[in-house]
Design a protein around this ligand. Structure first.
Ligand code: ZN
Length: 75
């Protein structure tokens, strides 16, 4: 399965929120939040998304708030 360990793609994961100028996470930014939930509407693993701990915390709160506002599904 491993195809040449030398050329293994090791893309450095940078938190997209730290990276962007506008690093604010808003529960109304559904297009952003959708990126961080899977098809079962569960918050994606931080390892997958590469979001830093700080922003993951904010993000999960935003997603939960969006759920309360019925902007995102629970399941
Ligand atoms: Zn971050």
């Amino acid at each position: 399965m491993a195809t040449g360990s030398v050329f293994r793609r090791r893309r450095r994961k940078v938190c997209s929120f730290c990276h962007s100028k506008d690093g604010s996470i808003d529960y109304r930014k559904l297009n952003v939040l959708h990126h961080y939930i899977d098809t079962r509407a569960r918050i994606k693993n931080r390892r997958r998304t590469g979001v830093c701990a700080k922003h993951q915390r904010v993000l999960s709160k935003a997603i939960k708030r969006a759920r309360e506002m019925a902007l995102l599904p629970y399941k």
